[in-house]
Design a protein around this ligand. Structure first.
Ligand SMILES: Nc1ncnc2c1ncn2[C@@H]1O[C@H](COP(=O)(O)OP(=O)(O)OP(=O)(O)O)[C@@H](O)[C@H]1O
Length: 360
């Protein structure tokens, strides 16, 4: 059942049609990532949901209620921006408490809520600090705590990791899914980074041309992109694209690449004779030096080692272990705790001296 329902949302700025009849259904408690290039209208969409902007056409409903008559403060929607502005003269505690004070909450409940949220974000130890005494990561967490503290039913996050360093981005990406689930909020999360989208979204909406081109799970978007454009947006190195006309051959179907035949492993006989574009992800191209029937003759010209991986956080008691595997959207979509076992790859352990740090 859809919780936030947007139908036919349109918005133009002058001659520029930014949103063009956009439809979106968000389920209660899910994290929906709004993914799209710069200027595709992601922030504009969030501003409409928050009530900071009125649409030219279309309707927005939250839990069955029409939002058009409701001002920003009565919608139950919290929005956090790229630049998390903290009040410089207030402690982290008071910054987090500010939305509760504005609502006139009693002191005991307020303290309890702030503590609880700070614990969730691992900033209990810096609550007395002023913003200038906080590291960037702690500032980030403090502003997130401020967005979460009054338990908004809907949380809108506008590219919150855009301006943070790589290490913090990585840490927060690992923590966000658990944090969102613990908060109970329905989250709309804007990003331009496809890895972040794959890592965080229960579903991802690809915004282009004023509408969602596809809304699907990360694995669905990655494995079954609806268009060539969507296929190209996800994946680094990008998907290989070849203009081909599949033909029936003895043993199945084949295409011609650079004048040489390549046997297709999938029997798409319905495409025989139809000019089309073949898309193959780099991880699905298998190179070998041994000749194989139906394989395309190639030469390996260059090698570039890069890390396109799916990273997992494992816990043995309270000990955290990072593990990574080749990019794996199915695994990346895991939100539940999965019991299992960890082994070490043979011949890869490095030992260092405890006192000097020297390699043993
Ligand atoms: N208030 C406004 N007045 C005029 N044009 C606007 C206004 N707000 C947004 N735009 C234009 O609408 C388009 C979409 O802007 P928006 O900020 O929604 O994009 P975005 O997808 O969030 O981009 P980015 O990822 O770069 O933040 C842009 O071309 C922008 O210049």
């Amino acid at each position: 059942m859809s919780y936030l329902q947007i139908s036919g949302l349109s918005k133009a700025f002058g001659k520029k049609q930014v949103l063009d009849g956009l439809d979106l259904d968000v389920r209660r408690g899910e994290c929906l990532v709004v993914f799209g290039g710069s200027g595709s209208g992601k922030t504009t969409l969030l501003r409409h949901i928050a009530g900071l902007m009125a649409p030219d056409a279309g309707t927005l409903r939250l839990d069955g209620r029409d939002l058009s008559e409701q001002g920003p403060e009565s919608r139950g929607v919290a929005m956090a921006f790229q630049n998390f502005a903290l009040y410089p003269h207030l402690s982290a505690f008071e910054n987090i408490a500010s939305p509760l004070r504005a609502r006139g909450l009693d002191e005991d409940t307020l303290r309890q809520r702030v503590q609880e949220t700070a614990r969730l974000l691992k900033i209990e130890h810096v609550l007395t600090h002023l913003p200038r005494q906080l590291s960037n990561g702690q500032k980030q967490r403090t502003s997130l705590a401020r967005s979460l503290v009054h338990k908004p039913p809907v949380l809108l996050l506008d590219d919150p990791l855009r301006n943070v360093d790589a290490k913090l981005r990585f840490e927060m990406r690992l923590e966000f899914p658990k944090l969102f689930k613990a908060s109970g909020a329905t989250v709309l999360y804007v990003t331009q980074d496809y890895r972040e989208a794959l890592a965080l979204g229960d579903r991802i909406g690809v915004l282009e041309g004023g509408r969602f081109q596809q809304i699907d799970t990360p694995a669905g978007i990655y494995r079954n992109p609806r268009t060539r454009q969507v296929a190209r947006l996800f994946g680094d190195p990008p998907i290989n694209l070849f203009e081909v006309t599949p033909q029936r051959v003895a043993g199945g179907m084949a295409v011609e690449i650079a004048g040489q035949p390549l046997l297709l492993p999938d029997s798409r006989t319905d495409l025989a004779g139809q000019p089309c574009v073949l898309g193959v992800r780099p991880e699905d191209v298998i190179f070998s030096t041994a000749p194989e029937a139906g394989a395309l003759p190639v030469a390996l010209e260059a090698v570039m080692p890069i890390n396109v991986r799916t990273v997992t956080l494992l816990k043995a008691g309270s000990v955290e272990i990072l593990a990574s595997r080749p990019e794996d959207p199915e695994l990346a979509a895991t939100r539940e705790r999965v019991p299992g076992f960890a082994r070490l790859a043979p011949g890869r352990s490095l030992f260092f001296d405890r006192a000097t740090g020297a390699r043993l």
